[in-house]
Each structure stands twice: as structure tokens, then as C-alpha cells.
Ligand binder design. Sequence first.
Ligand SMILES: Cc1cc2nc3c(=O)[nH]c(=O)nc-3n(C[C@H](O)[C@H](O)[C@H](O)COP(=O)(O)O)c2cc1C
Length: 224
Amino acid sequence: MRDEPLVARILEAVVKAVDIPVTLKIRTGWCAESNNGLTIARLAEASGIQALAVHGRHRQQRYNGQAEYDTIAEIKSRLSIPVFANGDIDSPQKAHDVLRYTQADAVMIGRAAQGNPWIFQQISHYLEHGHELAPPALSERGHVLSEHLGALHEFYGATMGPRIARKHLGWYLDTDKRFDAAQIRELKRQFNALTSPSAQLEWIHKAMADDANERLFAKGSHAA
Ligand SMILES: Cc1cc2nc3c(=O)[nH]c(=O)nc-3n(C[C@H](O)[C@H](O)[C@H](O)COP(=O)(O)O)c2cc1C
């Protein structure tokens, strides 16, 4: 974003090189002194980009501070292509509020989907009906978690798969309302001691049962 002519050259070259629609994601600028998101957005549209997602932080902020939506609103008001608002949208209400404030055509969700892949249907439901969807049933959570971790095991193999699964399991637990903070710490401790795909899947099976609290915290229980 610091070299606008280069951005234009890259976008034009990519758009020219392929037969499919090209979309782009940007931040609001490089730093507080150079919030050139609108300029880049205009270059993108002129280069044939078909839709634009904007993360409401500049590059130097990384993930610090709060996303701001004024720049996204301004970009949306000046462009004809669809604009997606992004940054810190972590609930159906927030999605609703950001859409209203920015008039964006869609929202893009990043971190809030980690451990909560249901957030997309939760947002859609809220936007359509104005009230929250019931949280996923335990059986549904267990099913999705098993499939997800099974796919990680398959993709990354029996050594790396279980290691990578730990952070995902952590995110699922963080959003599981049945457990308090101390229980979540204990569950992560149990799970992180497991090293094989089968032990992890068996543990999930127990954790997602209706009586998980009793089973997992029973005296003398230990990681299988
Ligand atoms: C695991 C992860 C991977 C990401 N990968 C990319 C990426 O490849 N390209 C990109 O432009 N942004 C990437 N992002 C940034 C997000 O698209 C998004 O802009 C940012 O996380 C802010 O949105 P959020 O507050 O909803 O997370 C990634 C974010 C996360 C958490």
C-alpha cells in the first residue's frame, strides 16, 4: 500500500492474466499518517477488481487497537463494486451494526470463526429474523469437532495432526458455554497430553456427551 503505482500494475496484471473474477482484500492503509485505503480501493476498481474486502486497521496496527469502520463506510460510498467490511466482527449483533454503519454489501469474519464455525449461520439467521439462533446441539458440536480434527489428522499426519489439533480444540472449548474458565484449563491440560489421533477422537467423544461434566471431572478421571 506504500507504492500505489505498483499496486495498480499488480492488479491490472492479475486481472488480465485470468478468466475468473478477481477480488482483493486490503487494510485501511499502511500507517496512521498514510491511510490511503480509499485511493487503493479506487485503483482496484479501475483495475477490474470485482469485489473488495477492507480490514478496518492499517498495517502498522497489526491486530492492536479496535478496527474502525469510518474508512470502510467512506470506501463503500465511493465505489460501485461490492465492498465487504472486516475486522473485530465477532457476533450477529456486531455484524448487523457494522453492516448498517458502513452500508457494506457483506461482512467478512476471521478470528471469530475459530472454534465457532456456526457463526456464519448465526449471523445469517440474525440478519434475516432479528433474533439469535439457538446454539448448536451437543451432538452437532461433537460431530463437527470430530470431522474437523479427523481432517487435520488426515492432512497433517499422525505426528503433526494431533499437535495442530490442540489449538483448534482450545478455540472450540473457549466458546463452549458448558464449561467455566477453570474447567476449560483442565480440559486443555487433559487434551494436550494426548499424542495420537485415536486418543484425541475418543476424548472428544466423551467431552461432547451430555454428561461430559461428570465424566471429565469425575474423581480419578485421567486422559485416555
Ligand atoms: C488464521 C488466520 C489466517 C489469515 N490469513 C489471511 C490471509 O491469508 N490473507 C489475508 O489477507 N488476511 C488473512 N487473515 C486476516 C483476516 O482475513 C482478517 O482481515 C483479520 O483477521 C481481521 O478480521 P477478524 O477481526 O474478523 O479476525 C488471517 C487471519 C487469521 C486469524
